[in-house]
Design a protein around this ligand. Structure first.
Ligand code: THU
Length: 128
């Protein structure tokens, strides 16, 4: 099973009654363990959480802190990119050269690096 397969499988559990846009994400940590997440919406819309955020939370809760690879999938016309907030969250735990595969349920995919998603990222170094 590939990391994308894991993302595809967890996508089925997404709770997205408001957008009807289900997203699945899978993270392989540096330990080799895989963590998955799906979007979880709320009737108070801003309280919803993204698939990537769920996978990151699962990783941290399990004791891993370094992202080695990411896969995200949705039923979108083109490979689904992480939102701005999730780009910053991914950059917190993944190095600039970590690969992020973005995919559609129709089989299209594109792989980029975290640095491509968040050029000029704000980092701890900016705080002096
Ligand atoms: N969403 C994600 O979970 N990840 C992304 O990369 C893009 C957007 C979710 C948030 C919301 O539940 C729905 O997709 C529509 O924005």
């Amino acid at each position: 099973m590939t990391l994308l397969d894991d993302a595809k499988a967890v996508r089925k559990n997404a709770y997205a009654p408001y957008s009807n846009f289900k997203v699945g994400a899978a993270i392989r940590a540096s330990s080799g363990a895989v963590y998955v997440g799906c979007n979880v919406e709320n009737v108070a819309y801003p309280e919803g959480t993204c698939a990537e955020a769920g996978a990151i939370a699962a990783m941290i809760a399990a004791g891993d802190t370094t992202i080695a690879e990411v896969a995200v999938i949705a039923d979108s016309p083109s490979p689904v990119p992480p939102c701005g907030g999730c780009r910053q969250k991914l950059a917190e735990f993944g190095a600039a050269d970590v690969f992020v595969t973005m995919a559609t349920t129709d089989g299209a995919s594109e792989t980029v690096r975290i640095a491509d998603l968040l050029p000029g990222a704000f980092g701890a170094g900016h705080m002096g």
